[in-house]
Design a protein around this ligand. Sequence first.
Ligand code: NAD
Length: 260
Amino acid sequence: MRLQGKVALITGAASGIGQEIARAMAREGAVVSIADISADAAQRAAAEIEHDGGRAIAVDMDVTDEAQVTAGVNRTIASCGGLDILVSNAGIQIIAPIHELAYADWRRVVSIHLDAAFLVTRAALQHMYAHHKGGSIIYMGSVHSKEASPLKAPYVAAKHGILGLARTVAKEGAPFGVRSNVVCPGFVRTPLVERQIPEQAAALGISEADVIKNVMLKETVDGEFTTTADVAETTVFLAAFPSNALTGQSIVVSHGWHMS
Ligand code: NAD
């Protein structure tokens, strides 16, 4: 039980990677707050964890809405008795070449990934600093924090930006015992990626099988997708790490797609 006695708030935890992180953290003893814009799915995810013997609450939160973020973080602290771990994970993808990308779509992607990371970080830090118990902040980056791909300009730009935010939090947070790291997955078969396969096939004029083999997994060492379990295990490891030796770092979990 590596997270016994800890409270973890995970954004976007009603689906995919975030949901698996919530399950894994609950298994390790944390009380988890499932913060998601999809309220029904968040309730279901929390109920499933409780059914399996863990402790979880669902919090209705649009991570791009300042008031909702503040309210959701405060509700988590009041209901769960504190906040030790923040996983900023909620995300979306919009596929388009830059010359055809609507400004509204650029702003939407950057806002969900980067503005939201700032909003949840600020709310968490205010609590962590005031309570002198330290904390661990983990951002869901991507191989696209380190590499670019066509058709994903706002996503690549925002995921690169998260590295800068995480490194700044590492420096500002150190005197308060707050660590900050980034997990950078390769392709994981979540709803976010399932939607992209036909979209990329249409945009690139190739088959869906070719998107998987020659676009998504081409640069991996073994042609394998990363799994939600792989990402959750890495996130738990970072959350449980006991000292500032590991802060300001980004760990790539991608079957060797990106090596650094
Ligand atoms: P997903 O679509 O399965 O889950 C995303 C979750 O975020 C959903 O529950 C959704 O309701 C929630 N969400 C969306 N907008 C929100 C908002 N405004 N406020 C609150 N919640 C919101 O996607 P996923 O693949 O699990 O992605 C999770 C994170 O992992 C994202 O940051 C994504 O960029 C990152 N990531 C995914 C992959 C991949 O291949 N799947 C690879 C690298 C990084």
